[in-house]
Ligand binder design. Structure first.
Ligand SMILES: [Zn+2]
Ligand SMILES: [Zn+2]
Length: 387
């Protein structure tokens, strides 16, 4: 039998979630968040806590003392630079910062799993619960993986959950293969030389390169037939010269986000984008440099892990939705699935629920018990419980 989540624990977790929501912290600055989580975890019997994992992260480790599979469940800790427009009691007290992706809820769920594992020891192997910082900037998972903890702990399976507006409350959403896309921000800097605006022929303006990039980058996925699956380029920012009507511009910058379902396609798309920059700059005699930011690999759901999620959802009484297409957004959990077999799944928070990163979004606490139940069923199927 699966241990049941008491009403008292549920209320405690909702309170924790609202406290986390009231005190959101940006990526890399999750100091108070970490100490709040540590305080909660310290009350749990039989847990080993490893602090300062990849910055403000921590791991709560449950060891059965018996051989068996090791699994890791991960939640994310950071909030976003978004001004909250909601007026509820747990409204963010930090100006311009708010939990608009529901990471406060993800932490409450994993804290709930920790409380349940403290009261109901696992029968075999180990379960590591990871509280991961810096998800929103794509750096957290990579930093976490550099910690010495992973030199001795090599999970057989890794799992994570993300809440999903647009889906019925408590439905579990997953698919085998790519779940969330690979993406990266490309920053292209262009350097020419100014001239009098009456004599543009005397200068080297980057205008033509910018205009070639705005259309050319966007068209890359259609122009090249060498992609195996979906790709997308979105222009997100461009700037040319200064507001000086007597002078032609010398510098410009173009920023775009590259996306693909497959990491192999991301490599091709990146090469195609770089070639386009080189060709246009050669044509118009413009110097250039590029850099990448917020690089996320694709999150790949391994078939066994996906099956476990499906079975755990059924056992938890949640409807399971196998989506046909991957999500176009990215999740830095892809760093873990690059290294270990595993899967990330979504849990619906309501069809009409405000979208992720919207300024009126708030996590739906009603999914906390079912999300914990799905995770506990995964643990039951993999590690088992002593009683
Ligand atoms: Zn987010
Ligand atoms: Zn998120």
């Amino acid at each position: 039998m699966l241990p049941t989540i008491s009403k008292a624990l549920e209320m405690k977790l909702v309170e924790l979630r609202k406290t986390l929501h009231r005190h959101p912290e940006l990526s890399g600055k999750e100091f108070q968040t970490a100490s709040r989580m540590k305080k909660f975890l310290w009350e749990i019997p039989e847990v080993q806590i490893v602090e300062n994992i990849g910055g403000n992260g921590m791991i709560a480790l449950f060891d059965s003392g018996k051989p068996g599979p090791s699994i890791m469940l991960r939640c994310d800790m950071d909030a976003l630079p978004i001004e909250e427009t909601n007026e509820f009691l747990h409204k963010s007290v930090n100006d311009g910062v708010a939990h608009k992706c529901g990471h406060d809820g993800h932490m409450a769920i994993i804290a709930g799993v920790a409380a349940m594992l403290g009261a109901n020891p696992i029968a075999s192997g180990k379960v590591a619960l990871l509280f991961q910082p810096e998800e929103e900037n794509g750096r957290g998972a990579e930093r976490v993986l550099q910690h010495s903890f992973f030199e001795t702990f090599s999970p057989d399976l890794v799992f994570a959950l993300h809440n999903l507006p647009g889906f019925e409350e408590n439905t579990v959403i997953s698919r085998e293969g790519c779940f969330a896309s690979a993406s990266r921000g490309m920053i292209i800097k262009l350097f020419g030389s100014t001239s009098h605006a009456a004599h543009p022929e005397q200068g080297r303006s980057p205008v033509n390169v910018v205009s070639g990039l705005l259309t050319g980058l966007t068209e890359l996925p259609n122009l090249h037939s060498n992609f195996d699956d979906y790709c997308l380029v979105t222009i997100i920012h461009a700037r040319i010269g200064e507001r000086a009507f007597g002078t032609t511009p010398d510098e410009a910058v173009v920023m775009a986000t590259l996306r693909s379902y497959l990491d192999s396609d991301m490599a091709k798309l990146t090469r195609n984008a770089e070639q386009l920059v080189q060709e246009l700059c050669r044509q118009y005699k413009i110097e250039f440099e590029w850099e990448y930011t917020e690089v996320y690999p694709a999150t790949l759901n391994e078939s066994r892990a996906n099956d476990l999620i499906k079975n755990a959802a059924r056992l938890a009484g949640c409807e399971f939705v196998e989506i046909a297409e991957p999500f176009k957004w990215s999740e830095d959990f892809g760093r873990f699935t690059q290294k270990y077999p595993g899967a990330v799944f979504g849990m619906g928070v309501g069809v009409e629920h405000a979208g992720l990163h919207h300024n009126d979004y708030d996590f739906n606490d009603k999914i906390i018990p079912s999300a914990i139940a799905v995770f506990l069923n995964i643990i039951k199927l993999v590690n088992g419980f002593k009683k």
